[in-house]
Design a protein around this ligand. Structure first.
Ligand SMILES: [Fe+2]
Length: 224
């Protein structure tokens, strides 16, 4: 069942940002690292005029940080940096191929960002499913997906951050993506639906991976 209204738990997970509000989550080593702060600066500089997308990226980073305690510190840092940066390919000056995961990743690679950050951005939220319809599959294939849970956590965070950073359940976000469909969409309907199922399964797997009985698991379980 779709949960249309936002729960207190969602509000807590994606509460409006204060400067370094990630520090409130208690998992702060990675989010306050120089690399993550640098990612935040790049996201703000690149998406500054697109307030909604910037708020979405901020919330994505906050959710990713909250779950990144499962990862080793280096991967946690790469994940939170990638969460800040995952949508910078939408910025017009960076749009070279028109496929935003690849455009963002290419920009980051040119700018010398660590390999894991580049690959997480390139493949975020099942990008490989859509790449052939943007003529981007050959380029994307050069960048291997990051194995392990980091990529799945980024997919989860991208979903539940909500398109405006105000938070969403998994099901409401997929419903919203479905409603966004336009008649001249180059992606066939069966491919779009297959990706939604993949996104949902991935996000639910992340939820299941959170140890039960913790405050995190109670909060995040409400994001189904
Ligand atoms: Fe996103």
């Amino acid at each position: 069942m779709v949960k249309a209204s936002r729960t207190p738990a969602q509000l807590q997970v994606v509460a409006p940002a204060r400067r370094h509000a990630l520090a409130d989550t208690g998992v702060m080593d990675a989010p306050l690292s120089p690399m993550v702060l640098s990612a935040e600066r790049v996201a703000r500089a690149t998406l500054g005029r697109d307030e909604m997308r910037l708020a979405h990226s901020d919330a994505t980073a906050r959710v990713a940080a909250r779950i990144s305690t499962q990862l080793d510190p280096a991967m946690s840092e790469a994940l939170v940096a990638a969460a800040w940066l995952h949508d910078i390919g939408h910025a017009e000056p960076l749009a070279s191929t028109g496929f935003h995961p690849l455009d963002g990743a290419l920009h980051l690679a040119r700018s010398g960002w660590p390999d894991e950050v580049v690959r997480l951005v390139a493949h975020h939220s099942c990008a490989a499913v859509l790449a052939p319809y943007f003529g981007a599959d050959h380029h994307l294939a050069v960048l291997d997906p990051v194995p392990g849970p980091a990529a799945e956590i980024l997919t989860f965070a991208d979903l539940v951050a909500g398109k405006d950073g105000k938070g969403s359940t998994i099901s409401a976000r997929i419903k919203e993506k479905r409603a966004r469909h336009v008649p001249d969409d180059p992606i066939p309907e069966d491919v779009r639906e297959a990706r939604y199922r993949l996104l949902e399964r991935t996000a639910l797997r992340v939820l299941r991976s959170i140890p039960s009985g913790t405050s995190q698991s109670v909060e995040l379980a409400q994001l189904r």
